[in-house]
Design a protein around this ligand. Sequence first.
Ligand code: IPE
Ligand code: IPE
Ligand code: MG
Length: 244
Amino acid sequence: MQAIQKDKLPQHIAIIMDGNGRWAEEQGQERLYGHFEGVRSVRDIVEGAAEIGIKYLTLYAFSTENWDRPRQEVDGLMALLVDTIRKEVPVLNQNNIRLHVIGDMDMLPDFAQAALQESLQLLEHNTGLNLVMALSYSSRWELLQAMRGMAKDVAAGLLQPDEIQAETFEKYLTTSAFPDPELMIRTSGEYRISNFLLYQLAYAELYFTHTRWPDFRKENLIEAILDYQGRERRFGKTSQQVQV
Ligand code: IPE
Ligand code: IPE
Ligand code: MG
């Protein structure tokens, strides 16, 4: 952890927590066991991110497309979600962590929505790490609902099409309160974005690791941050221009 340069920390790290199912199957267990074990990694990474001084941590926990998984797995994941929230909220609160949720909450079962609402309220005055859970989230869903919102405001005369700037559009996204992630991590050896933050990741540094999510711990997070700190972020400019 000492090797991390504090003045070059990413403000926002986004993670696609992938590989729970394969991790479990590799040990001859049910996929749900992998999700269960994945919660330990969530705990460790949230704690680690807070210790390191990361301001925003977005975790992709359940995608719009994940609704199409077998019923038993979806139900198990929803139950695990609520169970985890109930257990972890007091710990999050002790650590001054604020919770946010992005995604189509209406799709979640009522008991999950209620548990989330309660936790969001309980943690809303905390000022430490902002933990953003992407649940029933997909980027195309988000972009469409942003465009619908904007179209409605244009139709109502509240917004002029010619006045629409990037900043105007960003206000309609579910992530409007957060800076864009500088670092995106995906575990389990898959090299794709899978409908995650397509707009917001435009200039993120991407970090892929073969480690399955249930094996991903603080030291792996530190490794990813060190890798990020060794990169030159040019934003379209030349190397010389950014080295001043
Ligand atoms: C990620 O692990 C967790 C969710 C998508 C809910 P997976 O369940 O996708 O695990 P693999 O990719 O099948 O191993
Ligand atoms: C992405 O993982 C979504 C989450 C980690 C929540 P998936 O396992 O669903 O993605 P694909 O299907 O491999 O692209
Ligand atoms: Mg997967």
